[in-house]
Design a protein around this ligand. Sequence first.
Ligand code: NAD
Length: 477
Amino acid sequence: MSETYDVVILGAGPAGYVAAIRAAQLGLKTACVDNFKGKDGKPALGGTCLNVGCIPSKALLDSSRQFHNLLHGFKDHGISAAKPAIDVATMVGRKDRIVKQFTGGIAQLFKANKVTPVAGTGRLLPGRKVEVTGHDGKVSELAATNVIIATGSVPFELPGIPFDGEHIVDNVGALDFSEVPARLGVIGAGVIGLELGSVWRRLGAEVVVLEAMDSFLAAADADIAKAAKREFDKLLDIRLGAKVARAEVKKKKGKAVVEVVYADKDGEHTLEFDRLLVSVGRRAATDGVLAEDAGVRRDERGRIEVDGHCWTGVEGVWAVGDCVRGPMLAHKASEEGIAVAELIAGLPGHVNLDTVPWVIYTEPEVAWVGRTEKELKDAGVPYRVGTFPFAAIGRAVAMNEPHGMVKMIAHAETDRILGVHMVGPNVSELIAECVVAMEFKGSSEDLARIVHAHPTLSEAVHEAALAVDKRAIHKGN
Ligand code: NAD
């Protein structure tokens, strides 16, 4: 007989594990099925984010940032060191310990909240039953009043350029190089390409990023993308309008190299790399997750179809995170997990997709919330814009990071904040204030009248708010 739960969750990434904890907090008998195995071959909770995504990449971004500053940034501070060197094994070891700490932390949280972890691959059957194939191949069945599908996403592969885990890799492979590649190719100037390209460039690799589109960071506000590109060009060789035709691992002088052929407006070019990172987006991981007669529908991109409350249309079956519509971001996934757990418990649960912040953890960082100037222009919404550069912020100059700006866009008549876009130091943290302001339907005047500590980077947000009304203090308006 199958064991019965109030809630069975497929996937223990930021969507699934957070949903599980919240459901258990609300007194629901909860199981969470996950098939991820860590580097030690043992089940590891936390999904892509904790194991091979957000957390490990931030660990490497920080290590490489320290090294880069030691080489290039500390001189101005009067700090020097003899023969700086990077030990990649130690750096990767530190990253692995951080991952283990956090995945182990989820196991402890499950225990403390009485969530039952189930190691294996889950599949939704009709009637809210879940078939689980364990790592040993044994098949069992769970029954549930509610099932939450939170199976996440997997990287896109380019046709004819399969990942081999060594020379042609996805984000997982690029977190675990055993040495700094002399030449790293990156296909796709998106979030992963820019973040991991920066990591290995700062450690000394020559990095070429090939982006198919003619525009850079198309989802960002154009002014921010332009300012970011100006900074990134100092570090990375980013080639726009570069369409990769093929890539192939070849042996040259006894060494494996990846030959990449791409075309741009000037014709066809061939480059050779030691490693190639393919980061051209991700797709919903829903293959094999649904029995044909389970009744849940997928769209043309393989995403599970849901309504505004993450309900699939099948009684008691919900889906959250990367496997449904909306941005593929861990924090959006977690909030959907919480909202669904609360809806199941009879509480009001809701996620406002209009105020999900975006962050790219490059140097300088990029962050935004709300609509871009172009989106507003296209929609015919009247707006006013205020910008403020970090070059005029005392704290940013004192930190030796006077790059980038804050751009605030508010409705021309109501002054309600419609979008805030930033590139600069620590903007991943600064954006939170703007998310709060937008959630409270705040105006630029609200932020302009709120006291911001001096000297801090947050003064750039304050000044941008003042600049909307052409009354910034520390720049001409
Ligand atoms: P992405 O969608 O951010 O960027 C992919 C880029 O590849 C785009 O610029 C696209 O134009 C380009 N591209 C597509 N096909 C191409 C081709 N054939 N040749 C050259 N360029 C091509 O995707 P990603 O960087 O792979 O990240 C995947 C997902 O993971 C994203 O949804 C992202 O939001 C998420 N993620 C987020 C963070 C973060 O929040 N900081 C970090 C990592 C990943």
